[in-house]
Design a protein around this ligand. Structure first.
Ligand code: CR1
Length: 826
């Protein structure tokens, strides 16, 4: 047994005890939420021992540690996942059953910690799971937002946002650690002093505002290895009775300001995915968690080491996109101003400790802070960036004499802006993209100049996902089947073993079992949809699913226009054979992204018309699942037949949903974009449905001014009809203006952006043909089962365990830890 404290009798006693001491109640009297808390505290009790053991092991082994710096960690619910990773899920489920408590219902009581937007935040969560499972020392460093990603309601077809008060009932898994608080300073001015004693210039920040950063630690449990890492997220608190200097003493106004600053700084996660909004508060958030995290890392290092020059042997900071790149300047500041090192030493340390991951080439996502704003908020950090830039440009000029164009293109400070990506590349020792195609585009397009100057920094790390959450927890039926067929559970930590399933691809019995599991998962999703949307869907229909953030480049619009086209076809040719389809969408739109919200409304409007048209005999259904998030994602992936990955080629850096569908046996219907390319490589083109322009074709069109969607509109009658239906009232109760903007976006150039800049009409025909192939393929029951099974069998590459091992081998060079714990019996 993993841990005797999960032994049924002991565990039950613990839960009873918790209900009593926390709520003065018996099990029968407790509410479901109270039971969730009581169970979670019982689980945490066990985790804590492993957590302490892991920290003790760190002290003994002194391993190199990665600090994964990220504005977002989309962890999802902890209880079920922790039980799985402690290999105690079954025992606990049985124990609770015996007490008349349903573990699933208890799990549903846990709010979904949504401290992230989409792929980038969920990737960080998968990475933490893999780091702990592989036995590496790691900290996730982030922000404890008071409100995470908003909750989405659909009212009258429109998205309505409501706050996510995820801490309302208290978070049983976190630990507040006041004793590790750090001060973070903003604004003011820098006084330069000459210190005769040391012969050095000192930079003193004065008249600043400051906040206290208080860490909350959450355990990150590795699978079956007693290894527990830490996600450290920072809360802010005003610094009371803190004396700034005599001038400020008793300054009531200042005290109130500091109070407000503390409150607002961690108030809310910006709900933008792949989009930079340039808000001052966002920069404050960035510096706040970065400064606190780096200070903490340095104090920890100094406890057991006295030579800061050797910091790179023990510490690496991985910057998750440009959001935390102010880290490089903050590390320089600490080394220079607080530790008294010289520039060259400090620079040498920094450039061996910091590495950068790029997650997007979308221009609107690039962070470029106005120098005005930046230098006021972070005066000393700004000075340091100026000096980094000055020295860097000397190198550029040395390498490209007389080429001022290069200087302009590569400078960190240019045109009144601080370009965060340039800072990250110049100061980082590694720059990686997140899928092979994406990294190639970085090297040869977006970051070409940097690649030419410093090719050794560039490398690819194709993303991955954790099978512990997205198969074991999300799809227990399939997980058990895989274990039975492979005759081992080892796939849980070695996903390459899944290839052992290939031998069942021609085994009718195995294929039938596989599809039966899919069917039962479809029933589970159908029940969810009925409960949450009031729509009845037929689990025998093809479940065609697109779930991800709403973004124009992801082309949900292409999907729904195609549904409109199918509906026209069915209406025009009622006799035509048509395999029943359920189109399932789930997507949040950033609160300020108007066009994205129009697309949500359109999807719901099409659903209203199509779902209520009796004449089509339920052949077509459209469902928009409200509040797409990690917890319902698990149910959705398990039930999907078709995985829609239809971004405009070159735009989706990787995608990770694509991998979760594949793992759960859903073939990809997609473009040759992001990690789709590698998925097709693994599973074979015959087991995917690929369509559309290639990334080179898209980039080519873009470089030569786009294409002419009007030509397509005028020459293809089906497309013409569908596009016109946006403005003829078909889906808007006669209102011709409701979708006018979408219509215009497809057909006319608009202030700076080209007509149909995401090539929706251009790719429409080839998408429709691919969809036709899906239908044909699905009719061949066994042929389809084989494709589906092969997707699961070929997904081995896409585990985040593989990704993390590559980061470790090529970038981080961490040491493996083995946590020794004494258990009374094994
Ligand atoms: C990308 O859009 C990728 C994730 C994780 C997103 C997506 O394709 O899978 O990152 N990028 O790498 C992003 O959020 C800010 O950029």
């Amino acid at each position: 047994m993993y841990n005797p404290r999960f032994e049924k009798k002991a565990f039950k006693k613990e839960v009873e005890h918790n209900v009593k001491t926390l709520y003065r109640k018996t099990i029968d009297e407790a509410t479901p939420q109270q039971l969730f808390q009581a169970v979670s505290y019982a689980v945490k009790e066990v985790i804590i021992d492993d957590w302490i053991a892991t920290q003790d092991q760190f002290k003994k082994d002194d391993p190199k540690t990665v600090y994964y710096m990220s504005m977002e960690f989309l962890m999802g619910r902890a209880l079920g996942n922790n039980l799985i990773n402690m290999t105690a899920y079954r025992e606990v489920k049985e124990a609770l059953d015996e007490m008349g408590i349903d573990l699933n219902a208890i799990e549903d009581q846990e709010p979904d910690p949504a401290l992230g937007n989409g792929g980038l935040g969920r990737l960080a969560a998968c990475f933490l799971d893999s780091l702990a499972t592989l036995g590496y020392a790691a900290y996730g460093c982030g922000i404890r937002y008071r409100y995470g990603m908003f909750k989405q309601k659909i009212e009258n077809g429109y998205q309505v946002e409501t706050p996510d008060d995820w801490l309302k009932e208290g978070n049983p898994f976190e630990l507040r650690r006041e004793e590790y608080a750090k001060e973070v300073r903003f604004g003011g001015n820098i006084r330069v002093e000459y210190d005769d004693a040391t012969n050095r210039t000192k930079f003193v920040q004065e008249n600043y505002e400051s906040v206290l950063a208080i860490p909350y630690d959450m355990p990150v449990v590795g699978y079956g290895n007693h290894h527990v890492n830490t996600l450290r997220i920072w809360d802010a608190q005003a610094i009371t009775n803190f004396q700034l200097d005599s001038f400020d003493r008793g300054d009531y106004h200042k005290a109130v300001e500091q109070e407000n600053l503390a409150k607002t700084i961690v108030e809310v996660l910006y709900p933008n995915d792949n989009h930079y909004a340039g808000k001052e508060l966002r920069l404050k958030q960035q510096y706040f968690f970065v400064s606190a995290s780096i200070q903490a890392a340095i104090s920890k290092y100094k406890k057991s080491h006295d030579d800061l020059h050797k910091l790179p042997e023990k510490v690496v900071f991985q910057m998750n996109d440009t959001h935390p790149t102010v880290a490089v300047a903050e590390l320089m500041r600490i080394l220079l101003d607080e530790e008294g090192l010289g520039w060259n030493e400090a620079w040498d340390i920094t450039t061996h400790c910091c590495a950068y991951t790029n997650h997007t080439i979308m221009a609107e996502a690039l962070e470029k802070w106005p120098i005005d704003l930046f230098s006021k908020l972070l005066p000393r950090v700004y000075q340091i960036i100026q000096e980094i830039d000055r020295r860097f440009l000397i190198q550029v000029r040395e390498m490209y004499p007389g080429n001022e164009e290069k200087v302009r293109k590569m400078a960190i400070l240019y045109n009144g802006q601080v370009r965060m990506a340039h800072l990250a590349i110049v100061a980082g020792f590694s720059v990686n993209g997140v899928a092979r195609l994406h990294t190639e585009i970085l090297k040869h397009q977006e970051l070409k100049d940097f690649y030419e100057m410093m090719p050794e920094k560039f490398n690819n790390k194709t993303n991955g996902i954790t099978q512990r959450r997205f198969l074991m927890h999300g799809n227990p039926l399939l997980a058990d089947w895989v274990t039975e067929k492979l005759g081992t559970k080892n796939w849980i930590t070695d996903l390459s073993l899944m290839s052992g399933l290939k031998k069942y691809a021609d085994d009718p019995k195995a294929l039938a079992e596989f599809m039966d599991i899919k069917y039962r998962n479809k029933e589970r999703l159908a029940a969810y949809i009925l409960k949450h949307n009031g729509i009845e869907v037929d689990p025998r229909s093809i479940f065609d699913v697109q779930v991800k953030r709403l973004h124009e480049y992801k082309r949900q619009l292409l999907n729904i226009l195609h549904v409109m086209y199918l509906y026209n076809q069915i209406k025009e040719h009622p006799e035509m054979s048509f395999y029943p389809r359920t189109f399932i969408f789930g997507a949040k739109a950033s609160a300020g992204y108007i066009r994205a919200k129009e697309i949500i409304k359109l999807i719901n409007s099409v659903g209203d018309v199509v779902n209520n048209d009796r004449s089509i005999n339920g052949k077509l259904k459209v469902v928009f699942i409200e509040d797409y998030r990690v917890s319902n994602a698990e149910i959705i992936f398990a039930a999907a037949d078709v995985s829609e990955q239809i971004s405009t080629a070159s735009k989706e850096a990787s995608g990770t949903g694509n991998m979760k569908f594949m793992l759960n046996g859903a073939p990809t219907l997609g473009t040759m974009d992001g990690a789709n390319v590698e998925i097709v490589e693994e599973v074979g083109a015959e087991n995917a449905f690929i369509f559309g322009l290639s990334s080179e074709e898209v980039i080519n069109y873009e470089n030569y001014g786009g294409y002419h969607p009007q030509d397509i509109y005028h020459n293809d009658q089906d497309i013409h009809k569908v596009v016109d239906q946006l403005v003829d009232g078909t889906y808007s109760n006669g209102d011709t203006e409701m979708y006018r903007d979408l219509y215009n976006s497809l057909l006319t150039n608009q202030g700076g952006s080209r007509a149909d800049m995401y090539f929706i009409l251009k790719d429409f025909r080839s998408y429709a043909e691919a969809q036709k192939k899906v239908e044909e393929a699905y009719k061949d029951t066994e042929g389809w089962a084989k494709k589906a099974l092969l997707n699961t069998a070929c997904c081995g590459k896409f585990t985040s365990d593989r990704t993390i091992q590559e980061y470790v081998d090529d970038i981080w060079h961490l040491d493996k830890i083995k946590v020794e714990v004494e258990t009374e019996e094994e």
